[in-house]
Structures are given as structure tokens and as C-alpha cells.
Write a protein that binds this ligand. Structure first.
Ligand code: ZN
Length: 129
């Protein structure tokens, strides 16, 4: 059923190109989706992540932020997701505030925001101590 659902998404989104890359987890940039090819060894996780990327719009907006903060696609797959991250160091680039996709430098708004908040918190704690 999961597979059929993904097939429908693929048919509905003929304009979206999927690139298999060897780092990160997955991201949507414009009409391109980049997904770590290692995820193919985890079909359920792969399809859920791909379905998640399809729900994003081609331009990162407030709705995309909500999609990421309220990630429903990983429901029930969190254990598999984190185990994938822990066993695949190539996926760790997902947590960098920026990346290079199709030879283009791309800044991740959500991850950048988390890094900035983390640095502010670190600075405040540093000042208090
Ligand atoms: Zn997302």
C-alpha cells in the first residue's frame, strides 16, 4: 500500500526530479529531490522520506517549516531513522546549515535556525557561568 501511494505521488509529480546522492538524508530544492542512495536498503524509511519531500513546496515557506517541525511521515519509523543516521556517517551532512547540491551552494533555513538558536543558548550559558 505504501508503495502504491508513492507511485501515485510519482505520477502526480512528473516535474519533480529525484537525484540519488551519497550524503545527507533527503531534501527538496525547487523541483528536485535529493535522497541518500543508502536509504534504498531501507525501503519503508526510503518511501516515507520521499513522500515527505513530495509534500514540500518548490520554495521553502512557512508551510514547509511546519511540515518539518510536525514530521508525520516518520511516525513509527523513528527508531529506524535514528539507527540509519547513527550507522551512516554520510548522512550527518544533513545537519550542516548548508550543503552543495548540483554544484550549487544551498543554505538550509531550518537547520541554520537551529544552529543560531543553539549558539545563542551556548553564549548565554557561557555568560552566566
Ligand atoms: Zn522536510
Amino acid at each position: 500500500m505504501k508503495y502504491l501511494k508513492l507511485q501515485n505521488l510519482l505520477m502526480l509529480n512528473e516535474l519533480i526530479k529525484i537525484y540519488k546522492i551519497n550524503y545527507g538524508i533527503a531534501c527538496r530544492i525547487g523541483d528536485n529531490i535529493y535522497i541518500n542512495k543508502e536509504l534504498e536498503n531501507y525501503p519503508l524509511l526510503h518511501d516515507s522520506i520521499l513522500a515527505h519531500e513530495f509534500t514540500h513546496s518548490s520554495k521553502f515557506n512557512k508551510n514547509d517549516l511546519l511540515i518539518d517541525l510536525n514530521n508525520k511521515h516518520l511516525k513509527g519509523l523513528k527508531k529506524e531513522y535514528y539507527s540509519f543516521i547513527l550507522t551512516h556517517p554520510s548522512s550527518w551532512t544533513e545537519f550542516f546549515p548548508f550543503g552543495v547540491y548540483n554544484k550549487k551552494f544551498v543554505i538550509s533555513p531550518l537547520i541554520s535556525g537551529i544552529w543560531i538558536l543553539g549558539l545563542i543558548l551556548f553564549y548565554l550559558i557561557w555568560k552566566i557561568i
